[in-house]
Design a protein around this ligand. Structure first.
Ligand code: ATP
Ligand code: MG
Length: 275
């Protein structure tokens, strides 16, 4: 029997990590938004990405979802380099995201917004749709079932047929999450999902993220300023400051990192980073 890389029979390379970020640098004129950032996210883990305002967290998300393509360094997802792939391929590849500033279709209903997320899973082409082949009907049924499942899971039943733009902020955030999940991602990028939520909603969000990870076997990269949430949920944490990686490791270690404490507080104290 032939043994290849990592001793796997057949020699087919299995990626050690679902996501590999290598030496990624992004500049906006004189601003270095990301400065040679490298880290890995293992399959199935929740990785918290933290750092003060302007640290480069959203910029990194934009590189991962190919909104920014002009970075140096390399990003690999499931062993595949993203460099050559266009932005519209990301959802189909298995990377879903929510946005720091909500990006819903405000006049479409909740159900329609979520359905948009399923379109990247369409296997039938325009001709099949024009001829209304049976495969199209089967696919539409499967997509509708996925939307129904997400409406129920994210407690959106009562508002499913209302325009998304009319809903309270916390509900709109759940709609965005549902839409990201509708594309059946393997990697879910959440950019400040707790921002603007009250205490009870943050507690519910923590339960929801854990449930979703289990149910859909997700790997999650979580950008969050709510330290209580990120410390409680994350298996591992990557901390950025001024575009540079400052600390990395399990929450219990990272929360004591003197560099990180200095970045947040200007002085080495643990207490407030744990809040
Ligand atoms: N499109 C852009 N053009 C110019 N500068 C940008 C752009 N996007 C981000 N920046 C700059 O890059 C740096 C990193 O910004 P980024 O939005 O990634 O930070 P962040 O960690 O997400 O911050 P926050 O916690 O406030 O959301 C900042 O200095 C920001 O002003
Ligand atoms: Mg941001």
């Amino acid at each position: 029997m032939k043994y290849g890389i990592y001793g796997i029979p057949g020699g087919r390379r299995q990626p050690k990590s679902l996501l590999e970020v290598r030496d990624v640098t992004v500049r906006f004129g004189g601003v270095v938004a990301l400065d040679h950032v490298s880290f890995d996210v293992a399959s199935g883990e929740i990785c918290g990405l933290i750092g003060p305002n302007g640290a480069g967290k959203t910029t990194l998300f934009n590189c991962l979802s190919r909104l920014y393509a002009n970075h140096s360094g390399e990003i690999r997802f499931a062993g595949q380099a993203l460099g050559a792939l266009p932005q519209h391929r990301m959802a189909g590849l298995g990377i879903g995201r929510t946005f720091q500033n909500l990006a819903l279709f405000r006049t479409l209903t909740v159900r329609q917004n979520i359905a948009v997320g399923t379109t990247c899973r369409r296997g039938t082409g325009w001709l099949a749709h024009a001829l209304r082949l049976p495969a199209v009907a089967r696919e539409e049924l499967a997509q509708a079932a996925r939307v129904d499942e997400l409406v129920e899971l994210l407690h959106l039943g009562k508002v499913a047929d209302l325009p998304a733009g009319e809903l309270p902020f916390g509900t709109q955030k759940r709609v965005e999450l549902a839409r990201a999940l509708a594309s059946s991602p393997r990697l879910l990028l959440l950019d400040e999902p707790a921002c603007g939520l009250n205490h009870q909603e943050v507690d519910e969000l923590a339960v929801l993220i854990r449930t979703l990870r289990r149910r859909f076997e997700l790997t999650v990269l979580l950008v969050e300023h709510h330290m209580g949430l990120v410390m409680a949920l994350s298996d591992n944490i990557v901390a950025l400051n001024f575009g540079r990686k400052l600390a990395e490791g399990p929450p219990a270690e990272v929360r004591r990192d003197p560099e990180l404490l200095k970045a947040y507080l200007g002085e080495p104290r643990e207490a407030r980073v744990m809040q």
